[in-house]
Design a binder for this molecule. Structure first.
Ligand SMILES: Nc1ncnc2c1ncn2[C@@H]1O[C@H](COP(=O)(O)OP(=O)(O)O)[C@@H](O)[C@H]1O
Ligand SMILES: [Mg+2]
Length: 509
């Protein structure tokens, strides 16, 4: 029999956004080639829903699966298995299953075996029914409120969705909660029925373990893991940005300019935002506002705020972010980071920028034109004057280079002036050439001119600083200084004592 391949690291698709929810009908792979997500408007219940699509098993195949699962539980040591690499574990499960099929003398075709294997993989290596959800990059939270009620999720693009996953059996749900407790290295029992821990992938899990018949049985909430951020130097090594681009942002950030990162879904906006935040001067006070915790900074003077109500019912978002942002000004931040600008909180952000707060934020838009338009139309509706406080837009994009999915910072666009009719005059100092996969420094920066005027620094000095910092960043890349703490230290040292840093890297300042 041919061997089985299962892809646990599928490419992240660029998901379309729809003004009209009723138009949503998207499907993407979660565990190729077996499981996918289907998100669509369900006419019967007038709601957007999320269906997990998995291989269908005939009754006879279900019997085989059940027999195999029972036999395998006795045979394998799953704790040993999950400590190995995923490939090793997968092939271990595969081998064991084939052995049992031989031993028990069960006739199965390759097709049947491959479908059955998916379930063995899901239930032994993965997290059972919720495994596809846990592997969906776009899912932030998973919530189960007991048996006979659908599991809800929060999706990055389509927000709160009801899924087609429903537990009907209290025992099955209870044993799943036990499994989570075991993976989290916690002890759970009817005497101490509350679980609060982390799964091996870093996801937070909260669960209640109860068999009280009057209730709906056990419940759980899974909050997906926030990744360790990529540093600016790692982004250089992936060729997402050039050292020049970063040196440019370093100067803009130091002089308290405002930067907005635009791009499509999963184009790397938040990743870039987090990397740019490394350039915020060490003594500055930073407030970050998000509706999912994604930003992670190696600094002390930082106040992270998360706008999040409980999921499943009601709506998340705009009003909360708005309220938190307004409130954050009481903290008198020097720098404001807004994870994703979606609605009316944009007004508070831009007002803050107009009154001298520096900001870095992201927003969903594929070009500067679309961005400027979105900022001026409902629900945001900013005036051209207010949009003028934005200094620079960075456009992040998906790119296929050498047949591989990657991300590139496509252009750095400076907003020179937003006219009364809402059109914008722009200047593009840096850009990426898709054909050659190289970055160009094209034009003189207008924002440097602004900085020069505002702070009384000669242009020549800014140019030199730009060139020197480019060299520092390139040297860090060559010396493989990639780690979060290390990278932050060099940048902070440069702020305090540039001469020492230049000497350390053998650079003439
Ligand atoms: N520079 C990059 N190179 C390669 N992959 C990236 C890069 N930046 C982000 N990604 C991938 O894309 C995913 C989405 O990134 P994220 O920054 O969350 O996008 P966005 O905020 O635009 O939705 C990440 O989980 C990561 O796997
Ligand atoms: Mg994002």
């Amino acid at each position: 029999m041919a061997s089985i391949t299962i892809n646990t690291n599928p490419a992240i698709p660029a998901l379309p956004r729809f003004e009209d929810k009723k138009k949503v009908d998207v499907r993407y792979m979660l565990i190729p080639p077996y499981a996918s997500a289907h998100i669509y408007w369900n006419n019967k219940i007038n709601e957007l829903v999320y269906d997990i699509e998995e291989p269908l098993l005939q009754d006879s195949e279900k019997d085989v699966l059940e027999k195999l699962e029972k036999a395998m539980i006795e045979l394998i040591n799953i704790n040993v298995a999950i400590e190995n690499t995923l490939e090793a574990t997968t092939s271990y499960i595969d081998k064991t299953a084939r052995l049992l099929i031989d031993e028990l003398n069960i006739p199965v075709s390759h097709e049947t075996y491959s479908r059955i294997f998916y379930y063995l993989f899901r239930d032994f290596i993965g997290m059972n029914e919720v495994d596809p959800l846990l592997r969906d990059y776009f899912i932030e939270d998973i919530e189960c409120n007991g048996v006979d009620t659908p599991v809800f999720i929060v999706h990055r693009v389509y927000r709160n969705l009801k899924t087609n996953l429903v537990y009907h059996d209290i025992d099955q749900l209870a044993s799943f909660v036990e499994k989570m407790a075991q993976r989290a290295g916690r002890y759970i029992s009817y005497a101490s029925p509350l679980l609060d821990g982390a799964l091996p992938d870093g996801s937070r899990v909260n669960a209640t373990y109860t068999k009280d018949v009057t209730s709906r049985g056990p419940t759980f909430t899974l909050r997906k893991f926030t990744k360790i951020p990529w540093t600016p130097i790692q982004l250089i090594s992936m060729n997402t940005v050039s050292p020049e681009m970063l040196a440019y942002f370093w100067i803009l950030i130091q002089y308290k300019c405002s930067i907005l990162i635009a791009g499509g879904t999963a184009s790397g906006k938040t990743t870039l935002l987090n990397a740019l935040a490394f350039f915020i001067p060490p003594e500055a006070r930073v407030v970050s506002i998000e509706d999912t915790r994604e930003i992670n900074l190696p600094r002390e003077n930082w106040l992270p705020a998360v706008a999040r109500t409980s999921i499943g019912i009601g709506k998340v978002g705009e009003v909360d972010l708005f309220a938190i942002l307004k409130n954050s000004f009481r903290q008198t931040p020097d720098y404001l980071i807004v994870g994703e600008v979606r609605g009316k909180e944009a007004f508070v952000l831009f007002q803050g920028m107009a009154s001298g707060h520096a900001s870095i934020s992201t927003m969903h838009a594929d070009s500067v034109d679309t961005l400027i338009k979105r900022l001026q139309t409902p629900p945001i509706e900013l005036s051209p004057t207010l949009i003028n406080t934005l200094d620079c837009v960075a456009i992040a994009t998906h790119a296929i280079v050498n047949q591989k999915e990657t991300r590139r910072l496509r252009e750095v666009v400076e907003i020179v002036n937003v006219n009364r009719d809402g059109t914008a005059l722009v200047n593009t100092p840096l850009m990426w050439d898709a054909a050659k996969d190289v970055f160009y420094f094209k034009k003189q920066s207008k924002v440097f001119e602004k900085i020069s005027l505002r702070h009384g620094i000669p242009m020549e000095k800014l140019q030199n600083e730009f060139a020197t910092r480019t060299k520092v960043l390139y040297a860090m890349y060559q010396q493989k200084i990639f780690e979060m703490e290390e990278v932050q230290k060099v940048i902070n040292d440069y702020f305090k004592n540039p001469i020492d840093v230049l000497a350390k890297f053998n650079i003439e300042g």
